[in-house]
Design a protein around this ligand. Structure first.
Ligand code: HEC
Ligand SMILES: [Cu+2]
Length: 355
């Protein structure tokens, strides 16, 4: 009995201690920006003010009554609480919950939640949750990228989250032509916000310091949900402007060597133009898959899962579904374009020029 108990205790302790891990890139208990901090204050107030006291009260009551009545047979006795106390037990938590629920809705609430405010001077970014990757569009700069959301530090970034862009044609035969639900979550920068078909949900994120903040889709969205990660990359404002400027440059067409051959395949028999945008290549404007104009400026690809090496890119173009479960036959994900070994080398040589 004692042995079994200590085994369970050990296991519980182990799980609890795992929460103290130092290297936890998605630890929301260590906020790294004002929005996340505001949510953290609310969380801690509720945790210490309500959750822990209530748990101690209710669990304590339970334990005491179990011990006190342990010899009793049959059903547990009913708790005998005096009537007025019962009433307060209902009224007080109800009021507390109303305060917590309703105040964020009021514009000039005493506790002014940054979460509900439309910030001034925010950078606007449109976010689209695809199956299974994130598209980030900077409408003022006419730039778009995938899975890596670049932001300036010290400035709120207002995200408009949609599942599928209104009016954008869905891929032929797509099973999920209306889009599906996702949830955008970068734990150190903000709480999560659902991405819902037919809606444009808003949220604000902000980072104090430059760095890479990991996140992921937090709403089950079918096959490759677990492979739908992202990173928010925060730069000093000047560096951010430089990044934006670099993203705006069109690609130069390679003239010689395997890259030039790869360019021909990319724009021709490879069929890549049906799904990908490359600014600078005529007719490369499709947005079924990520914008590849500056593919190599990104650290990872395929939903921020794979290191952006030539080797990985080759395996990807060779057989995308072998690397990441997708169902191109149902219109979700990237199909195997049936290229030969030599063509694969050439197309990767071309992709490697997309700096
Ligand atoms: C039917 C549409 C379709 C075609 C055709 C297509 N792709 Fe894709 N591609 C996608 C989709 C969708 C993704 C995103 C998959 C994911 O991450 O879940 C993708 C992702 C990629 C990526 C990773 C980009 C990133 O940043 O994550 C590369 C590189 C790529 N495709 C190259 C190619 C090349 C080269 C061709 C032509 C040989 C091609 N694609 C043809 C749909 C397509
Ligand atoms: Cu998702």
């Amino acid at each position: 009995m004692l042995r079994r108990l200590s085994r369970w205790l050990g296991l519980t302790l182990f799980v609890l201690l795992a929460g103290c891990a130092d290297h936890a890139p998605q630890d929301y208990l260590r906020p790294e920006g004002p929005i996340a901090r505001e949510a953290d204050h609310l969380f801690k107030a509720l945790l210490y003010g309500a959750v822990i006291p209530l748990a101690v009260l209710v669990e304590g009551w339970l334990v005491v009554s179990v011990i006190r009545h342990r010899h009793r047979k049959g059903y547990a006795p009913r708790l005998r609480t005096p009537r007025p106390a019962k009433l307060w037990l209902i009224i007080v938590p109800t009021m507390a919950l109303m305060v917590v629920d309703l105040f964020p809705l009021a514009k000039e609430a005493p506790i002014n939640f940054a979460l509900a405010r439309e910030p001034e001077d925010a950078l606007q970014v449109d976010v689209y949750g695809h199956l299974w990757w994130w598209e980030f569009v900077y409408p003022e700069a006419d730039v778009s990228t995938a899975n890596e959301l670049h932001i300036p530090t010290g400035r709120p970034v207002r995200l408009t989250l949609r599942s599928i862009e209104p009016g954008l044609p869905a891929p032929e035969g797509a099973e999920f032509a209306q889009g599906v639900m996702h949830s955008f979550w970068v734990p150190k920068l903000a709480g999560k916000t659902d991405v819902v078909p037919g809606r444009a949900n808003k949220m604000t994120i902000e980072a104090d310091k430059p760095g890479t903040y990991l996140g992921q889709c937090a709403e089950y969205c079918n096959l490759s949900h677990a492979n739908m990660r992202l990173a928010a990359v925060a730069h000093e404002p000047a560096d951010f402007e430089a990044w934006l400027n670099a993203q705006r440059q069109p690609v130069a067409k390679p003239d010689t060597g395997p890259a030039a051959e790869g360019y021909k395949i990319f724009t021709g028999k490879g069929g890549c133009l049906a799904c990908h945008t490359v600014v600078g290549i005529e007719g490369a404007e499709a947005r079924v898959g990520p914008n590849l104009t500056h593919l190599k400026s990104r650290a990872r690809f395929g939903g921020y899962v794979f290191d952006n090496t030539a080797e990985n890119l080759r395996s990807w173009v060779d057989d995308p579904s072998a690397m990441k479960p997708m169902r191109p036959e149902d219109g979700t994900g990237m199909p195997d374009q049936g290229l030969s070994e030599e063509e694969l080398d050439q197309i990767v040589a071309f992709l490697e020029t997309l700096k």
